[in-house]
Design a protein around this ligand. Structure first.
Ligand code: PBG
Length: 322
């Protein structure tokens, strides 16, 4: 009779471990976030995000081609415009930085899927994600601007629209505007569950989008809330979202799992700038093994239930995985 259970039998060699491995990462899971700025020949490293850059359109094309060769098939774009104003006009300008970048990518690197982040904070001078009046971020007037932004991104050739602003009703507003403009075939990847997180710090340096007064707690979610995440996801599902995102990823694995169990849509998770920066920083100090920790984090995110992972490590790790 067998007195001792021996799970170690299945861990003894690399061959056996590979055979029984439950979760596998593939470059197909990745979406690569990129920051596009004005100018030419610009490839400016972001101080708090080593290995990530502000790229002018010509450099962006090169980066997306290189990522493609490494096996990355999807990118998400964030525009960093020179001009910002109170209502974020460059977000929905036909010749805005993001629109021009999308056009260039669809011309030069046709096969790569281009996702357009849809928000105003990178384009407003006050750095909030919507129209501001008397220190308040107004909901409904912002929806019109987000809808215009979505249509202009689709006109430029975006394959997917990813609204990240957390106004109430943003999915239905964007869906209706896209349909009306003849873009009923363009999917919405909704940042359905987006927390007001300290982990966005490095992104705000990259996009120069830190709020000039107050913070985003009036529209992004309280990190303490899980039931509310289900409500947010449910609303976006009802409003017609095609995919649901949870953001940040590693500190919210419980939320990824809960959204996965409740909804049958593809689930995306965003390993945000601060998650990336922490791994890079500790690795630079020689305190952790960067590649190992990055892969372990991404594996955890996938194991929790994410089908799609937005990660700044996409290009670096794709080679390693393919
Ligand atoms: C825009 C947006 C943000 C991020 C993605 N879209 C910034 C924010 O909400 O402040 C953060 C991504 C990251 O930290 O990597 N609203």
């Amino acid at each position: 009779m067998n007195l001792i259970e021996r799970p170690r039998r299945l861990r003894r060699t690399a061959g056996i471990r590979a055979l029984v491995r439950e979760t596998r990462l593939s470059p197909d899971d990745f979406v690569y976030p990129l920051f596009v700025c004005e100018g030419e020949g610009i490839r400016r490293e972001i101080g708090s995000m080593p290995g990530a850059f502000n790229l002018s359109i010509d450099e962006l094309v090169k980066e997306v081609e290189a990522a493609r060769s490494a096996g990355v098939r999807s990118v998400i774009l964030f525009g960093v415009p020179d001009e910002k104003d109170a209502t974020g006009a460059q977000a929905y300008a036909e010749d805005g930085i993001t629109q021009r970048a999308i056009r260039a990518l669809k011309r030069e690197v046709k096969e790569t899927l281009v996702i357009a982040d849809n928000c105003l904070c990178e384009y407003t001078d006050h750095g909030h994600c919507g129209v501001v009046e008397d220190g308040e971020v107004l909901n409904d007037p912002t929806l019109d601007l987000l809808a215009r932004t979505a249509v202009s991104q689709a006109e430029a050739g975006a394959d997917i629209i990813a609204p990240s602003n957390m106004m109430d009703g943003f999915v239905v507003a964007i869906r209706e505007a896209l349909d009306e403009a003849g873009f009923e075939h363009i999917p919405i990847m909704s940042y359905a569950v987006k927390y007001a997180s300290g982990f966005y710090g490095p992104f705000r340096e990259a996009a120069q989008s830190a709020p000039q007064f107050g913070d985003r707690r009036g529209y992004q979610m309280d990190p303490a809330n899980a039931r509310e995440a289900m409500r947010e996801a449910e609303l976006d599902y009802q409003q017609g979202a095609d995919m649901l995102m949870v953001k940040p990823a590693l500190p919210y694995l419980d939320i990824i799992r809960a959204v996965r169990e409740r909804f049958d849509l593809p689930i995306a998770a965003y390993q945000v700038s601060g998650e990336y920066a922490m791994i890079k920083a500790a690795a630079r100090l020689g305190w952790i093994d960067e590649e190992r920790v990055a892969l372990e984090s991404l594996t955890s995110i996938k194991r929790a239930g994410a089908d799609i992972i937005l990660t700044y490590f996409a290009r670096e790790l794709a080679n390693r995985l393919s």
